[in-house]
Design a protein around this ligand. Structure first.
Ligand code: SAH
Ligand code: SF4
Length: 340
């Protein structure tokens, strides 16, 4: 691996770890990278997470919402390009107008793609009923990062009315509803230690998640958390994030693991490095250029389109579902059968 700046310890050891993770990935989920076209639907958010650039307390952001037509055009692009799936992500809203709009968009995307395009949602904490409504309308995967599995650290990253317990509960609701469930954490947060990161990996294992998206924490100037120092430099966060990917691949070999945009924000080849550390999913941004700059969760977020050359990507419109999910379902149905 190339030198990433001030390294934490042994680079040769990292190289051996990453190679091993890639071997395990290739053997279990294959060597192809699955794509999800990322559609950043809106930056309106009712929450006020202390690290996030689009928190409701940030009065300096111009708020936007994509039109149905823009969403469908992005989805159509993903379908025609053979990506197989899209992710619809936004700030959190729980009002009926929003919930109903998501339902209509799910319908429209399914109809447009003749049911072919898979749809992942990343729309924050919702009731069981809402998760059900969206699942019934065709979403089948959901991403909800726990941000940190340590409740004490979580509390330091959020205002008092945001609840670790509620977020954790949402992951259970999603699983009960039948989604493939993805979670993840930010890496290099203020107050975070190597020990809390190690515990995050064990948390993923304990929850038996299907997908994971982890990325380095990147300060957004003006947010409350940006006033607190991280124990790790940015190059160290990148390196830690790559180690987290590789270790998770060894711990849970059949998981879908994303090489996230935040890796790219810290290194021009960040996403390549994530794939070379054992990740198997990438999320090229399909948000229209005109509003992309307003969906700034963190500083220095890359805005340009992604160059896919050099990646062994799947472009055959397969969903690239989590093998872990399939194995989990098969195990559940065989134990049902043996109960009878
Ligand atoms: N509102 C939804 C989805 C959009 S936010 C939700 O919160 O689940 C998506 C992710 O962006 C968050 O889960 C968080 O992990 C990440 N994020 C926000 N601010 C960030 C920052 N400053 N650095 C790195 N990642 C950040
Ligand atoms: Fe809203 Fe998500 Fe940002 Fe929190 S992380 S402020 S929920 S967009």
């Amino acid at each position: 691996m190339e030198q990433l700046g001030a390294p934490l310890g042994d680079l040769a050891l990292d190289r051996a770890l990453f190679d091993r993770a890639v071997q395990v990935r290739n053997r279990t989920v294959g060597d192809r990278v699955h794509l999800r076209g990322l559609i950043e639907l809106s930056n309106r958010c009712r929450k006020n997470c202390l690290y996030c650039g689009i928190r409701c307390g940030n009065g300096a952001v111009e708020r936007y919402e994509l039109t149905d037509r823009q969403v469908l055009a992005a989805a159509q692009y993903a379908w025609q390009a053979g990506y197989g799936s899209v992710v619809i992500q936004a700030g959190e809203r729980t009002d009926e107008a929003f919930i109903g709009r998501i339902e209509r968009l799910l319908h429209a995307i399914k109809e447009m793609s003749q049911g072919e395009l898979g749809i992942t949602l990343s729309l924050g904490e919702q009731t069981l009923e809402t998760y059900h409504r969206w699942f019934e309308t065709g979403a089948h995967r959901y991403l909800l990062r726990i941000e940190s599995s340590d409740p004490t650290l979580y509390a330091r990253l959020h205002p008092a009315d945001h609840s670790y317990h509620e977020r954790r509960e949402c992951l259970t609701r999603l699983r009960e509803t039948g989604y493939q469930v993805g979670t993840g954490v930010m890496i290099g947060l203020p107050f975070q230690t190597i020990e809390t990161l190690a515990d995050d990996l064990l948390f993923f294992q304990q929850l038996d998640i299907d997908m994971c998206g982890m990325g380095p924490y990147i300060e957004f100037p003006g947010t409350p958390l940006a006033d607190f120092p991280s124990a790790f430099t940015r190059p160290e966060r990148l390196q830690l994030a790559l180690r987290m990917i590789a270790l998770l691949r060894l711990l849970m070999p059949d998981l879908n693991i994303a090489s996230t945009t935040a890796l790219h924000a810290l290194h021009p080849k960040g996403r390549e490095l994530g794939i070379a550390a054992g990740a198997n999913v990438m999320m090229p941004n399909l948000t229209p250029d005109t509003v992309r700059g307003n969906y700034r969760l963190y500083d220095n977020k890359p805005l340009q389109d992604m160059d896919l050359s050099g990646f062994n990507v799947a472009l055959d419109n397969t969903w690239g579902d989590s093998r872990h999910f399939a194995a989990r379902k098969a195990a559940a149905s065989s134990s049902d059968a043996s109960d009878k």
